[in-house]
Design a protein around this ligand. Structure first.
Ligand code: SAM
Length: 201
């Protein structure tokens, strides 16, 4: 049985937006998680793939893994990036999907979306679209995506079942999930679930 969440979801979302607006605006400030090129190297993104990206594309990366470590995406695929942040994985996905494919990034933090748009423009990518929304109500039609990617986001969502149900609604039959996230092997204590500082990290 799951314990009801006593945390106010709107308060939690505001705290997360505040934290990640800061990651967009001041990526070098120093956070209690790694960011940028150092993080991408640590997570095993190929150096030659990162070297060709301008610094604004890389500096606000804040993922926890590499969704492309299972496999690259295929030319022509339609991709949805859940919690696209400043667009690091979004632009890599757009480069892999190529002009015949497209990537829809969804995020709730306006500062991250603005930076992701600038980053797609910087690389001249016409196959990227950024949409502002909560992942719990994806602004994407049923059976749109060949693949859903996400990196370090679902752990920030209290209602993970709804996020995953939305992901499966948006996936085409036979589509796939390439998600990097945090998994805990032990039950999280209720005191930790009420601690906004732990959620936003
Ligand atoms: C840790 S960052 C990761 C961003 C990006 N995936 C990356 O790897 O750099 C988490 C992102 O998820 C977004 N986010 C968190 N909860 C969300 C929700 N419920 N709906 C939409 N976006 C959310 C935040 O705004 C933030 O941009």
């Amino acid at each position: 049985m799951t314990t009801p969440l006593l945390l106010d979801v709107d308060v939690l979302r505001s705290a997360i937006q505040e934290e990640y607006a800061e990651v967009a605006a001041c990526p070098l400030k120093g956070f209690h998680f790694h960011t940028g090129r150092f993080l991408a190297d640590r997570l095993g993104y190929p150096a030659e793939r990162i070297d060709q990206l301008p610094e604004p594309v890389v500096e606000s990366f804040a993922g926890v893994g590499n969704p492309f470590s299972w496999d690259d995406l295929k030319p022509g695929e339609t991709v949805v990036d859940l919690g696209s942040g400043a667009g690091f994985d979004t632009v890599l996905a757009a480069q892999m999907a190529g002009p015949a494919g497209r990537v829809i990034g969804v995020d709730m933090t306006p500062a991250m979306l603005a930076k992701a748009r600038q980053n797609a423009e910087l690389l001249g990518l016409n196959n990227v679209e950024l949409r502002e929304s909560y992942l719990e109500e994806l602004p994407v039609a049923d059976a749109t995506a060949d693949v859903i990617i996400s990196n370090g986001v679902i752990n920030l969502c209290p209602d993970k079942a709804t996020v995953l149900a939305e992901a499966f609604r948006v996936l085409k039959p036979g589509g796939r999930l390439q998600i990097a996230d945090i998994i805990v092997a032990k039950a999280v204590p209720d005191s930790a679930k009420q601690d906004i500082g732990l959620w936003t990290g």
